[in-house]
Design a protein around this ligand. Structure first.
Ligand SMILES: N[C@@H](CCC(=O)N[C@@H](CS)C(=O)NCC(=O)O)C(=O)O
Length: 213
């Protein structure tokens, strides 16, 4: 196992998104499991991510946190995996657009939905809230995935991996309503060999994670 790439995670976390990306990249990596409320909050790990949250990635001497940032970083660090449109290509625009749209508006809208924080039906309030309303944010994302296989250009990218992960988790946990366009977009991507492998690896680590201190 390589020490060049170290993946800090817990299999019951957003780290599953990064695991899928690492499996798509195909470079060797080592996994470190952090326990909730224990090693995740200890000084040794806070030196890597002061938030005390997973996932995080160390690549040589570089640390990157935040799922979307880790995905974008890996896509650029391993260009041979072809998981991002070429720098400077116009497909880079939708690639960034939908990565950031899910990391920002969708993530915030869905979390607030779970917490029952609702935005008043007042255009001035919705204008202030970055995602407008959950409905508007989901309608916008539906427009991006409806009838297409990929959100950026003609092939699978880290943006698809991230969008499909958000939609897949959201529909599974009932925080995002099932819509035919979401289901057909997500279904295709979740069957990718790297996605299946990543799920198997994380499922296999659940017992170890439960006893992680
Ligand atoms: N914005 C971060 C969110 C990371 C996050 O909240 N991770 C959760 C698990 S899914 C966590 O580590 N929670 C533990 C804690 O906050 O104590 C990302 O996208 O990576």
């Amino acid at each position: 196992m390589s020490d060049d790439l170290v993946f800090y995670t817990n299999p019951m976390s957003r780290g599953r998104i990064v695991r899928w990306m690492l499996e798509e990249v195909g470079a060797p990596y080592r996994t470190e499991i952090l326990g909730y409320g224990t090693s995740m909050k200890a000084p040794a790990y806070r030196a890597i991510n002061p938030m005390g949250k997973v996932p995080a990635l160390r690549h040589g001497g570089t640390v990157v946190t935040e799922c979307a940032a880790i995905l974008a970083y890996l896509a650029d660090a391993f260009p041979e995996a072809r998981l991002a449109p070429e720098p400077g290509h116009s497909d880079r625009a939708p690639y960034y657009r939908w990565l950031f749209f899910c990391a920002g508006p969708i993530e915030a809208a869905v979390t607030n939905g779970v917490l029952k924080v609702s935005v008043p039906d007042d255009p001035r309030m919705q204008g202030m809230v970055g995602y407008g309303s959950l409905e508007t944010a989901l309608d916008t994302l539906e427009g991006a995935v409806a009838g297409v296989e990929f959100v950026a250009g003609g092939r699978f990218s880290a943006a698809d991996l991230y969008v499909a992960s958000h939609l897949g988790w959201g529909m599974q946990f009932g925080t995002i309503p099932k819509r035919p366009a979401f289901e057909s977009y997500v279904g295709r991507h979740l069957e990718r060999p790297a996605a299946v492998r990543a799920r198997e690896i994380d499922d296999g680590l659940l017992a170890q994670a439960a006893s992680a201190s």
